[in-house]
Design a protein around this ligand. Structure first.
Ligand code: GLU
Length: 411
């Protein structure tokens, strides 16, 4: 099943339980708009390379479309469409006034110099300029893009328009109108819902064990925030390898090691562990925080955890969901568990529009309120229906989308 077929399957299941209007279902099945472009980039050696870029605007019933831009060799149209649809459901689920969008460039940024990445970022946003803007579609960081990329994009677009447009993108550096708390927001949101989920299954976080797959922005911050709640982080990995210590290790020291050496590999007092072994370690909390499609029918049976907090987008396939549900693993689906990022993006955009900025304490408190409410809504639906947590999350989102589309007169 490709990733877009997965979205359609999950959407279909949720709509069936809700007995949703067929028109609403049809509207949610296909994106409103897809955009493909060729981006020429002058390389450092003087040659020109042309990269393919995409932006998909899935549905804007609740507000302007919102979602990240990724730079990754595996970016394609189907993946972009699936990720855009997930943004529609994510924003509707947490109750922020956005539709869903997503985009990306098929490129391996690790093979590009900083200057080449800058030119790629600037040329990509120029190509997207007719279809993005603070009231239309608001990009943000995603896999292998970061605040610096957002800064170049905001600068390029502002120069093109002749005015400063900080609300064009979120996830900017603070000096350019970024929000306090945005960098760790995905992880913080994820840890808030893990904490709430732990209460429902009587799991004490103090001395509970966690495994983190992926040690980038979301994974490393989730590990730190979990350890602040008393959780022992026992294993973590990245594309370069994995490390494991049953007694736990300091996630902040591991982040420093990764920043210094480029990988978590070789961290003190730890043994090496493969990606397959890491996912199958016995633990209380498993946080997939890398790419999609890592928990599948092939390994779900061997996963030995109590809670999965999906910081990544699309880490678990529907077949794996079924197996995990039968085993009694509580899966906190991506559209809930990683919604903290876009929620603080929303706060950033609000601050940009009013030109007035909040403290990190204010931002974190607001994030806490949104995430706890979203978790409670999903958990209530999960308890009241036959749906698993993922389908319950879709149901909460689809109810809002259904209401908005009907009141607008689309169906
Ligand atoms: N890329 C993040 C996500 O998948 C954040 C999107 C945003 O902040 O707009 O949720």
């Amino acid at each position: 099943m490709n990733v877009y077929e997965i979205v359609l399957k999950e959407l279909g299941e949720a709509c069936k339980i809700l007995d949703i209007d067929p028109g609403v279902y049809e509207l949610l099945r296909e994106p409103m708009r897809v955009f493909t472009c060729s981006i020429p980039v002058r390389m450092d050696d003087g040659s020109v390379k042309v990269f393919t870029g995409y932006r998909c605007q899935h549905n804007d019933a609740l507000g302007p479309t919102k979602g990240g831009l990724r730079f990754h060799p595996e970016v394609d149209l189907d993946e972009t469409k699936a990720l855009a649809a997930w943004m529609t459901f994510k924003c509707a689920l947490v109750g922020i006034p956005y539709g869903g969008g997503k985009g990306g460039v098929k490129v391996n940024p690790k093979e590009l110099s900083r200057r080449e990445i800058e030119r790629l970022s600037r040329n990509f946003i120029r190509a997207l300029a007719p279809i993005v803007g603070p009231d239309k579609d608001i990009p943000a960081p995603d896999v292998y893009t970061n605040p610096q990329v957002m800064a170049w994009m905001m600068d390029e677009f502002s120069q093109l328009k002749g005015v400063n447009v900080p609300g064009l993108v979120t996830g900017k550096p603070i000096i350019l109108g970024g929000s306090a708390g945005r960098e760790e927001a995905t992880a913080r949101g994820c840890v808030i819902v893990i904490r709430e989920a732990a209460k429902t299954i009587n799991l004490k976080l103090d001395n509970a064990t966690a495994v983190v797959q992926g040690y980038g922005n979301a994974g490393s911050a989730a590990a730190r925030l979990l350890s602040e709640l008393g959780v022992k982080v026992i294993a973590a990995n990245d594309s370069g390898g994995g490390v494991y210590n049953q007694n736990g290790f300091d996630p902040v020291a591991l982040k420093k090691h990764k920043d210094a050496t480029g990988s978590v590999k070789g961290f003190e007092n730890c043994s090496d562990i493969s990606n397959e072994e890491l996912l199958e370690l016995e633990c209380d909390i498993l946080v997939p925080a890398a790419l999609g499609n890592v928990i599948t029918s092939k390994n779900a049976d061997r996963i030995k955890t109590r809670i999965i907090g999906e910081a990544a987008n699309g880490p678990t396939t529907p077949q794996a969901d079924e197996i995990l549900d039968k085993k009694g693993v509580l899966v906190l689906p991506d559209i809930l568990a990683n919604a903290g990022g876009v929620t603080v993006s929303y706060f950033e955009w609000v601050q940009n529009l009013m030109h007035y900025y909040w403290t990190v304490e204010e931002v974190n408190q607001k994030l806490e309120d949104y995430m706890v409410k979203a978790f409670k809504n999903v958990y209530k639906t999960y308890q009241e229906t036959e749906a698993d947590m993922r389908i319950a999350a879709y149901m909460v989102a689809i109810k809002r989308l259904d209401e908005a589309m009907r009141i607008r007169g689309w169906v």
